[in-house]
Design a protein around this ligand. Structure first.
Ligand SMILES: Nc1ncnc2c1ncn2[C@@H]1O[C@H](COP(=O)(O)OP(=O)(O)OP(=O)(O)O)[C@@H](O)[C@H]1O
Ligand SMILES: [Mg+2]
Length: 495
């Protein structure tokens, strides 16, 4: 088979710390080539080099056989290589057509030719069998649809090698399946896909070939059919990791978090639910059904139009971030770079922010700050190749660990966890699950929003189903099958 793009002997360091060591990596025409590895293994760094966003220190990139010493993103794109990042990049206020044709809207007599624009966008979407109206506003599409539009846009602008960096990280089963279907269609149309994911089942079901990275080295490249889950995990971790501990039963205590008739615009209509001490309650519902609204209201980022929130029997002032924090309520966002971490600060500074109770000191004692942060980093397993890098330079999974360490380290009464294992590797996922167990054991009331069914089964004691902004079912997890849970999530019933 013909090689489309190739890395030959590529190495890359950041400030003396090695992220990739002499990597050889090739992608054939029309293949789905999965790239897996633990958090910080070097996957994103590798694909940034493929797509020209980073220049390697040594080695070269070959596209259709021609060498490129200093590839730029523009050059890579012109040669048909493009990347769809994990964070979605559509402009939320613009329509699907505008997003698809951004910077190249067809014009006629000086003005944008909207009829042609919509027709062109519709044609590009239809060619890939993506069913999204071109007049829809991008920000109002579900996350899966946004991903499909982004992929279609790259193909429409001549993408022949598409890099998808964790395209299904925060998607539920049905949404993930639509992305998988599109990936299969692209590959049979001859487009090559480099597919990064921590969902190993998905990788095994989708990939023609799999490359495993560990600590910046390529460990193996093999046909997907020749690898199984255990072998993959062993290659990633270098050892056998013990299977996930089963969830354990705990008795719920007093009511801690009371959400009473909480309302907000069209998204939440009198949502009522309670979470008791030692209890983990998962909120289920079709993506976007009030979850992010709930996050904004509980964290005090937004004021509800009605209803109230009580923690340990006391009312929490509405729309006041300080009041929510003071009441012992912590909301850990699913969107870590937008709301959870301060990208301009280092890892240790981020960890220190919440320890100081968000007060601004006159004098920062750096020695002490780093010592205390070092202890938290090791407890949460935050791995960095440099001393104290900006948090934005960490790999995705390590950012997630900093986020949890930042918000959950001090005792909390109640917390809302949105996608707590978004983008983390298999080992870190088990650690985070234990961390959530630990919170519940200590008496924290935990509200969980997760699109990952296995995670809900593993962590939750109870599930509430939210539909059109209201709780329509409230039932114990005990005895729920995986299928019943999936059906509840997408809008069916448990039976
Ligand atoms: N701009 C940068 N400056 C300093 N270090 C960096 C930078 N970018 C990446 N790194 C480091 O390089 C290593 C590899 O990171 P990379 O993002 O490639 O990991 P990854 O395999 O994509 O992990 P994840 O699964 O968590 O996304 C990490 O230790 C990361 O902290
Ligand atoms: Mg990454």
């Amino acid at each position: 088979m013909d090689v489309r793009i190739e890395l030959a002997g590529v190495s890359k360091s950041f400030g003396g710390a090695v992220a990739l060591r002499e990597i050889d990596f090739a992608v054939n025409g029309g293949e789905v080539h999965a790239l897996v590895g633990m958090n910080g293994a070097g996957k994103s760094t590798l694909v940034k080099i493929l797509s020209g966003a980073l220049v390697p220190d040594a080695g070269e990139v070959l596209i259709d056989g021609a060498g490129h010493g200093a590839l730029t993103p523009r050059r890579a794109r012109a040669l048909g290589v493009s990347i769809v990042h994990q964070h979605r990049t559509l402009v939320p206020q613009l329509t699907v057509a505008e997003n698809m044709l951004l910077g190249r809207l067809p014009r006629r007599a000086g003005a944008v030719d909207w009829r042609r624009a919509h027709a062109e966008a519709a044609r590009a979407l239809a060619a890939l069998d993506v069913r999204v109206p071109t007049r829809a506003v991008a920000g109002e599409l579900g996350p899966a649809q946004q991903t499909l539009v982004e992929i279609a846009r790259e193909v429409a602008t001549g993408g022949k090698v598409l890099v998808l960096d964790e395209p299904t990280a925060s998607l539920g089963g049905a949404d993930a399946a639509t992305v998988h279907d599109l990936v299969r269609r692209l590959s049979s149309a001859g487009i090559s896909i480099v597919y990064i994911s921590h969902h190993l089942d998905e990788v095994l079901g989708l990939a023609d070939r799999i490359t495993v990275l560990r600590d910046g080295r390529r460990i193996v490249t093999a046909a997907g059919a020749d690898l199984d889950l255990a072998g993959l995990v062993r290659a990633m971790t270098g050892e056998r990791i013990s299977h996930q501990r089963p969830r354990r039963d705990r008795a719920a205590g007093e009511t801690v978090l009371e959400i009473d008739a909480l309302a907000s615009g069209a998204r939440l209509a009198e949502l009522t639910l309670t979470v008791r001490a030692h209890e983990v309650v998962a909120v289920l519902g079709p993506a976007g059904d009030g979850q992010s609204e709930l996050f904004d209201l509980l964290s005090g980022r937004r004021r509800p139009s009605g209803g109230r929130i009580r923690v340990a029997g006391a009312d929490v002032a509405a729309g006041d971030v300080g009041a929510a924090l003071a009441a012992g309520l912590r909301c850990v966002t699913g969107d870590r770079l937008a709301h959870g971490l301060v990208p301009g600060l280092t890892v240790d500074e981020n960890l220190d922010l919440t320890r100081r109770g968000l007060r601004r000191p006159w004098l920062v004692r750096w020695g002490r700050l780093h010592r205390q942060a070092a202890e938290r980093r090791s407890r949460y397993g935050v791995a960095t190749i440099q001393a104290d890098p900006p948090v934005s330079a960490l790999s995705g999974g390590n950012q997630q660990k900093v986020l949890l360490a930042k918000w959950l380290d001090a005792p909390v009464q109640a917390c809302l966890l949105e996608e707590p294992t978004n983008g983390v590797d298999v080992a870190a996922k088990a650690d985070i699950h234990q961390l959530v167990d630990g919170l519940a054991d200590q008496g924290t009331a935990v509200l969980l929003a997760s699109a990952d069914v296995e995670e809900v089964l593993r962590l939750a004691d109870r599930v509430v189903v939210v539909r059109a902004g209201r709780v329509v079912a409230d039932l114990p997890v005990e005895g729920l099958s995986r299928d019943a849970l999936v059906s509840l999530t997408v809008g069916g019933t448990a039976s």
